[in-house]
Design a protein around this ligand. Structure first.
Ligand SMILES: [Zn+2]
Length: 396
């Protein structure tokens, strides 16, 4: 069974209130509904269950966020009455302005990803989807990059609490979770949260594929490719502009090798779609499918080839109809019945947004792929070293 976390309240709160993605949530879930993805008849392989999110309480959010940050952000009066100094302290400025309904938003988005994790407790549920989650830049006590709540980090922490030793894996094996981030931007909030060099991090590995360049948000020393001295459980695979399916197919070989070495029991994938062709960010030239290396192909590998339970989260994506196309398609992949990319967009209230193609596909554009063979070989080498290090440390 696939749990799909969504509700009218979530759509309204997120769509109408979040300044950076206005109306996106409604557009996303409306297309999924119009395509029949919520119908029991959609797939003979996996059934889908629509699950309303539980709003997260202070205690749940406080598992990661600081009390001071939550005291401020969860008090609706602070949107108007909070001092400029305090707003600065919590980085509630520039791309993260305080907004009316911010407290509901934080509780509901944080709660949505936690609800996805909770669904995995059910033996029948092996995959949970929360396209409204994936806010990977939020920090412990600061908003950042359109992200006010660290739902990915909270979900990973909740998984750690949820995870029980697997009877089949033997009594001593600790459950392992892999976080894979496919967003155009580096997962700084999540990677920093779990970045450790001690052996205590052996149960959790973060892996971000993203664009990195001087001055490109977010700037972080953790966004570079691995070195012999870096933490092999906090991984980055930076790509150059124009990254296409061909480049992602090569990058995916690194993902597969790391996945095989780490052998996780749970996988959380942040499926940000701002690297798709046509996104206003205009950095990558990734496409939805069907070729090897496309985002649909990558998610197909995760849901069909990898063992264990999975959570798929959303993330960036600033062309709302394309984000809706992508997440509808990925939902169909997760359900085991991939839609044809030629599928006509059904008549529904947001139909006009899908002009001029009015089909599901998000094809690649004409951008040149600047990831040369030489550059991709340096990634191969760096990750060969990482894989050897992971195997060595896991064996201890
Ligand atoms: Zn992004």
């Amino acid at each position: 069974m696939v749990a799909y976390v969504a509700s009218l309240e979530l759509m309204k709160v997120i769509s109408s209130l979040l300044p950076s993605n206005q109306n996106r949530s409604t557009i996303v879930h409306s297309l999924a509904r119009a395509l029949g993805l919520f119908s029991r008849e959609f797939s003979p392989v996996r059934t889908i269950a629509l699950v309303p999110p539980q709003s997260a309480g202070f205690t749940e959010l406080n598992k990661y966020h600081t009390k001071d940050y939550l005291d401020f952000i969860l008090d609706p009066e602070n949107v108007v009455n909070g001092t400029d100094e305090t707003k600065m302290e919590f980085s509630l400025k520039d791309d993260c302005p305080p907004f009316e309904g911010m407290s509901d938003y934080v509780r509901l988005v944080g709660g949505a990803s936690l609800t996805a994790v909770k669904m995995l407790r059910q033996p029948r549920c092996d995959l949970a989807i929360c396209w409204d989650g994936g806010r990977h830049h939020a920090q412990k006590s600061q908003a950042a990059g359109f992200c006010y709540v660290a739902d990915c980090t909270l979900a990973l922490m909740a998984l750690r609490r949820l995870a029980q030793p697997s009877p089949s894996a033997g009594p001593t094996r600790k459950m392992r979770t892999m976080y894979l981030d496919l967003d155009l931007h580096f997962s700084d909030g999540v990677s920093q949260a779990f970045h450790q060099t001690s052996t205590s991090s052996l149960h959790l590995l973060t892996f971000s594929i993203h664009h990195a360049a001087p001055g490109f948000f977010p700037v972080s020393p953790l966004a570079s490719k691995p070195t012999p001295d870096s933490d092999p459980f906090t991984l980055s695979l930076p790509l150059r502009p124009g990254a296409s399916n061909r480049t992602f197919a090569r990058a995916w070989q690194c993902v597969e090798r790391v996945h095989a070495a780490f052998d996780p029991d749970y996988v959380v994938v942040q499926c940000g779609v701002d690297g798709l062709a046509g996104d206003p960010c205009a950095i990558f030239n990734w496409s939805l499918g069907p070729d090897e290396g496309s985002i649909g192909w990558c998610i197909g590998r995760v849901v069909n080839e990898w063992c264990g339970k999975k959570v798929l989260l959303g993330g960036g994506g600033y062309d709302s109809p394309n984000a809706a196309r992508a997440w509808a398609y990925l939902t169909s992949v997760a359900l085991g019945g991939p839609l044809s990319l030629d599928t006509q967009i059904p008549d529904h209230p947001y139909f006009p947004l899908y002009a001029p193609s009015f089909i599901l596909d998000v094809p690649a554009g004409n951008m040149q792929d600047q990831n040369s063979e030489d550059y991709l070989c340096t990634l191969d080498e760096a990750f060969a070293g990482v894989v050897a290090e992971i195997i060595e440390r896991m064996a201890k």
